[in-house]
Design a protein around this ligand. Structure first.
Ligand code: PLP
Length: 450
């Protein structure tokens, strides 16, 4: 444990006095103290232990304290800890080479950042400079990070408090059949209408003013919205037609989460830029980045790229990415995700949906699933209203409490619980977690009105 100057300074006391937490009213929170973690579980100071169905913030893809990853970080720490971005360095070169090798098409260069928001910021900057255009189109149901440009690009309510914000962002509707913005009744219809809506948006915005379309390949926090067959290929086609850069934000969906290195691989689509972070090294050391197509990289061949970070390509972070990618390959983690999804996760969630009237829909891919909770399956009225907080969000709070009582740490957002455990979660742990989820859903069922 971290040495404190006096035993009187308890962790939670100092936390409440001195730590300013994200997204929170500081007097209304009581952060639980994590003392240890291993594999798919973590333990709190009060001795309670949880199976983690959230992977913290959907980043611990390799599980907690993977011994080989810990050893690689220790080895790099003993050798060379910090080198400015202007130098070359073995850990950075190797991380970039491996990521470029895994990325589709000619996405062969990597700009490293410390996390996801800096990745989307820089991707948008690259697209604007490459095209000489200003606007970036993103979907309403999206999260792209919390820095000025990234929060402007974000479509969901966390953007509101930062408005009016950076100009040049235009939001549109992506596909989401269960709550279709297009009154569609089939995946095919949803796909065709969502593509037409994007075409129309570009038409009225003026194609010559649009630098980029930025999409989460699979929308993460805002619903686990898996694109219907043909949607991403359709967006690629529209972008090509107008010389618009396609940015895939895979900060959450990449590096195993969807059972692929990059989620776009599932649909065989090659974007111009891919943003990554989280799963690239499971957040053991902060790292993110942008993988860049040859064409966009060539824009900056003889013209300086006007962007940088003191810790871009930090050796400790890069060494952990190299080790993590190696472990994924050695241990067949992508294959493991696909196998457990097929045999345990999807059938398990479908059975849960059959048993619980509060489950409106289950959907997802890999180890990235959402269970959407409703008051009524008939009307699809959500269990709690959009962006609910306080008393209005009580049914979800009760569900969360029930999960925790059962030993499960859930990920919830609005009226959904997401099933996003570490990609190393075993079939037996997944079954256990689904049983705990199943039991907790009885609490949500009490709020149904059908
Ligand atoms: N993009 C997506 C899709 C994300 O899910 C997130 C974080 O949840 C971000 C960007 C921002 O990443 P970070 O919190 O590392 O800045």
């Amino acid at each position: 444990r971290v040495t404190t100057t006096s035993a009187a300074h308890s962790v939670t006391e100092s936390d409440r006095k001195h730590v300013f937490h994200s997204w929170s009213a500081q007097s209304q929170i009581a952060p639980a103290e994590v003392v240890s973690a291993q594999g798919s579980h973590f333990e709190l100071a009060d001795g309670s232990r949880y199976l983690d169905f959230s992977s913290q913030l959907v980043n611990v893809n390799i599980g907690y304290q993977h011994p080989k990853l810990v050893a690689a970080i220790q080895e790099q720490a003993g050798r060379l800890l910090t080198v400015s971005p202007a130098f070359a360095n073995d850990a950075r070169s190797e991380a970039a080479r491996l990521i470029a090798e895994l990325a589709p098409g000619d996405l062969d260069s990597v700009f490293f950042t410390n996390g996801g928001a800096e990745a989307t910021e820089n991707a948008m900057r690259m697209a604007r400079l490459h095209t000489g255009r200003q606007k970036v189109l993103t979907t309403y149901r999206s999260y792209h990070g919390a820095t000025a440009g990234a929060i402007a690009a974000t479509g969901e309510p966390r953007r509101w408090a930062s408005e009016p914000s950076v100009p040049g962002i235009v939001h549109f509707w992506g596909p989401y059949l269960y709550r279709s913005a297009f009154h569609a009744t089939s995946e095919e219809e949803e796909c065709a209408r969502a593509l037409q809506h994007l075409r129309d948006t570009i038409m009225v915005e003026g194609a010559a003013t649009v630098a980029a379309v930025m999409l989460e390949t699979v929308v993460g926090t805002n619903g686990v919205l898996v694109p219907p067959a043909g949607y991403l290929a359709g967006v690629r086609e529209i972008c090509d037609e107008h010389g618009i850069v396609l940015i895939a934000d895979e900060v959450m969906a990449g590096f195993g989460r969807c059972g692929e290195w990059f989620a776009v691989d599932r649909w065989g689509v090659t974007p111009d830029l891919i943003c990554f972070a989280k799963g690239v090294n499971s957040g053991y050391v902060p790292l993110g980045g942008v993988v860049i197509s040859a064409e966009i990289a060539s824009t900056f061949a003889d013209r300086p790229y006007p962007g940088g970070l003191t810790y871009s390509g930090h050796p400790l972070a890069c060494a952990s990415a190299v080790a993590s990618i190696g472990i994924f390959k050695e241990e067949g983690i992508l294959e493991h995700v696909r196998g457990v999804e097929e045999t345990v996760l999807r059938p398990g969630l479908e059975a849960i949906a059959d048993r619980h009237p509060s489950v409106g829909e289950v959907r997802g891919v890999g180890f990235m699933y959402a269970v959407e909770l409703v008051r009524s399956r008939r009307t699809r009225e959500p269990l709690v209203p959009f962006n609910a907080s306080g008393p209005a969000a009580k049914p979800m709070a009760e569900f969360v409490a029930a999960c925790k009582e059962n030993g499960l740490w859930p990920f919830v957002h609005f009226n959904r619980t997401h099933v996003v455990p570490p990609c190393t979660t075993t079939a037996a742990e997944m079954r256990q977690g689904l049983e705990m989820l199943d039991a907790a859903l009885d609490v949500a069922d009490r709020h149904t009105t059908d």
